[in-house]
Design a protein around this ligand. Structure first.
Ligand SMILES: Nc1ncnc2c1ncn2[C@@H]1O[C@H](COP(=O)(O)OP(=O)(O)O)[C@@H](O)[C@H]1O
Ligand SMILES: [Mg+2]
Length: 295
């Protein structure tokens, strides 16, 4: 793949500024994103982590141009986003391969649909198949692939289109732990090869830290940025390396404590059950450190 395309000039910088988005009207109105600002820096892998239901997918739909913010602006490379564009490619968790096409045909779908299939796209497909470890499965159909293989094929199918920015919404959710870790290695390998601008959304802290150059921690709903953490851990990263990395553990503790605070806030507005939960948690943390460690 021609990675130099992505390192010349400005490519894929997304600037979200003071964005607010609500659904419904009157007494049923629900503000999901409120006064939210952040930047997806070009040629970096930015990971967003936040509690389930906080508004991450809503932000992605706004960045993809499928929906418009109520107020605030979103720009890509200085241009306002007014609708979907070829410069951004979104991989949703629900994305699926076409079951009637082989792995190779699925990967070549984008170029074919644009009538751009040629020797170059063919060699790009071969390169990507190799990169995601599916060369031997090029002629197989999706039902003949494992869940992890299907996700890898989906990554290749997205990457062949060479978007300025890849946006991924919990793409590995639902995979078993082993396949997930394998995906992290394939995906970070692909990223390290191209340094394409990537925006990756997850609720999994280990996934977030393994992958990220920058980690954006979100508040609960209505969501905005709670903290941005530079994940200054050298690449290429390995699973064993990251487990032993002190900085990785430090970042994990910092992010977890922020996420925990956000989870508590979401309870505190609510029910009797929530109040009980908070009370029980307070009793637990009031113990001596030795006692809690022994649990
Ligand atoms: N089209 C919509 N209409 C009404 N409510 C919505 C709509 N889209 C999302 N929401 C609400 O916004 C909240 C955040 O959803 P979402 O962005 O999917 O969160 P996340 O991706 O962080 O889990 C949820 O409470 C959801 O019910
Ligand atoms: Mg979501």
């Amino acid at each position: 793949m021609n990675s130099t395309n992505n390192t010349d000039g400005v490519h894929g910088e997304i600037r979200v500024e003071a964005v607010t988005k609500s659904y419904g009207t009157g007494p049923f109105a629900k503000t999901v994103v409120k006064d939210c600002s952040f930047v997806i820096e070009r040629h970096k892998l930015t990971v967003m982590i936040g509690p389930s239901g906080c508004g991450k997918s809503t932000l992605i739909r706004l960045m993809a141009g499928f929906e418009r913010p109520d107020s605030g602006t979103i720009q890509i490379d200085g241009r306002p986003i007014t609708g979907p564009g070829k410069d951004r490619l979104v991989v949703f968790q629900e994305s699926a391969l076409f079951p009637w096409m082989t792995t190779m045909d699925n990967i070549l779908y984008g170029p074919r649909a644009r009538n751009e299939q040629n020797a170059q796209t063919q060699s790009k497909a071969d390169f990507l198949l190799e990169k995601v470890g599916l060369k031997a499965f090029r002629r197989k159909y999706p039902t003949q692939l494992s869940g992890g293989m299907q996700r890898r094929a989906e990554l290749a199918r997205a990457m062949i289109n060479d978007p300025d920015v890849m946006i991924l919404d919990e793409p590995f959710r639902g995979l078993d732990a082993m396949s997930k870790e394998l995906m992290w290695e394939y995906y970070s390998g692909l990223y390290e090869e191209s340094h394409r601008t990537n925006f990756f959304v997850t609720t999994d802290i280990d996934e977030a830290i393994f992958l990220a150059d920058r980690l954006i921690v979100m508040t609960n709903i209505p969501t905005r940025v709670r903290a941005t953490i530079e994940v200054d851990i050298p690449r290429p990263r390995s699973l064993s390396g990251i487990v032993e990395n002190e900085r990785a553990n430090e970042i994990k503790m910092q992010a977890l404590s922020l996420l925990h605070e956000e989870a508590m806030k979401s309870f505190s507005g609510g029910s009797r059950a929530a109040a009980d939960f908070i009370e029980a948690y307070a009793r637990r943390t009031a113990k001596t450190p030795e006692a809690s460690r022994a649990e």
